[in-house]
Ligand binder design. Structure first.
Ligand code: AHR
Length: 328
């Protein structure tokens, strides 16, 4: 009888353990890489552009391919939602957190919470501005300063031998975001003190197509005319071009158009001569994020910064028409 009771107890315990495992599969078990999946919490900033949608797809597909369990949250363009998402990952005790910070400031507290919980943090795509750099384990993404430089180098080549002034309107990304800051800086520092170049207008279009249209409207009404549009992303550029054409202007001819990203839509317009230069910024960061996450979960050292390989497509390129499909 006693034996039967003991057996029954054991059976009940086993059942309870099974139920618990089904509800909390991620928090039970051994160390990651030791028979259980690595769990990565990824807080995406939003869905503001084709680039961002491509970036999200790249992360989800890479997680599936590499056998990483992904907890994905989309912050819909709000920093407080990203902070909430990171806190939920900490509560869940994920192995690694990755996030694309919408702006650079305001992350110190939540990053300290992650550190106290012993969870390594990857900044993907954009970076943060915190006094203690060790709060972020590593960064993976583009070198935005180099992108700004490439945009300016193209402009210098395009206007070589031309008298000034070259009137430039800048359509910048989300204020205080890493790409906005460094695409602006790299561009200005490369143009240097050449007096031909004048940035006559600069306004944020928040990386959104709809805002690109609005800012273009402001440029047309707020200046005596421009020679160049330098736009920090393709989504805004597409909105601006739409408006220019409605106003009877010829983008790529009446106004030199320089854009950043390399979405399929922008490459198509480059081939049609409506955009002059596309500075590539690749959203395909998924594989690199997963590889870093696995190493971090195993407690291995990783490089502090990993930049993606990028190029420039422009009307100087003889092979322009054969640029392969972009996938975003
Ligand atoms: O942070 C990368 C930038 O964010 C891309 O250039 C832009 O398209 C996106 O919204």
């Amino acid at each position: 009888m006693k034996m039967k009771k003991a057996l029954l107890m054991m059976l009940l315990l086993a059942l309870a353990a099974g139920i618990l495992f089904l509800y909390f599969p991620q928090t039970t078990g051994t160390q990651p890489g030791n028979g259980r999946q690595v769990i990565l919490g990824f807080a995406q900033l939003g869905s503001e552009s084709g680039w961002r949608i491509g970036n999200t797809r790249s992360v989800i597909q890479a997680a599936e391919k590499s056998g990483i369990q992904l907890m994905y949250k989309n912050a819909e363009q709000k920093q407080e939602n990203q902070i909430k998402a990171i806190r939920s990952f900490i509560a869940y005790q994920v192995d690694v957190i990755a996030f694309a910070p919408i702006v650079e400031d305001g992350w110190e507290n939540v990053l300290m919470e992650a550190r106290d919980a012993g969870i390594p943090v990857i900044c993907s795509d954009r970076s943060v501005n915190v006094p203690d750099e060790s709060l972020v384990t590593c960064f993976v993404g583009s070198d935005f300063y180099a992108e700004g430089r490439r945009a300016a180098e193209y402009l210098i080549r395009k206007t070589q031998g031309q008298d000034g002034p070259v009137r430039i309107a800048e359509m910048s990304g989300t204020l205080d975001s890493t790409p906005m800051r460094y695409r602006a800086l790299g561009f200005r520092e490369t143009l240097g003190d050449d007096p031909r170049f004048r940035i006559v207008f600069s306004q944020s279009g928040d990386f959104l197509r709809s805002r690109g249209r609005e800012v273009m409207e402001n440029i047309l009404s707020g200046t005596d005319g421009i020679d160049v549009l330098y736009s920090h992303n393709d989504a805004m550029t597409l909105g601006a071009i739409e408006l220019l054409e409605e106003r009877g202007l010829r983008p790529g001819k009446d106004i030199i158009i320089i854009t950043v990203d390399g979405e399929q839509g922008a490459i198509d317009l480059l081939k049609q001569g409506k955009i002059n230069c596309v500075v590539e910024c690749t959203p395909m960061l998924g594989d690199m994020i997963m590889s870093l996450a696995k190493k971090l979960a195993r407690g291995e050292e990783v490089p502090k910064v990993t930049y993606s390989q990028e190029t420039v497509f422009s009307d100087f390129d003889p092979g322009l028409q054969s640029i392969p499909a972009r996938g975003y």
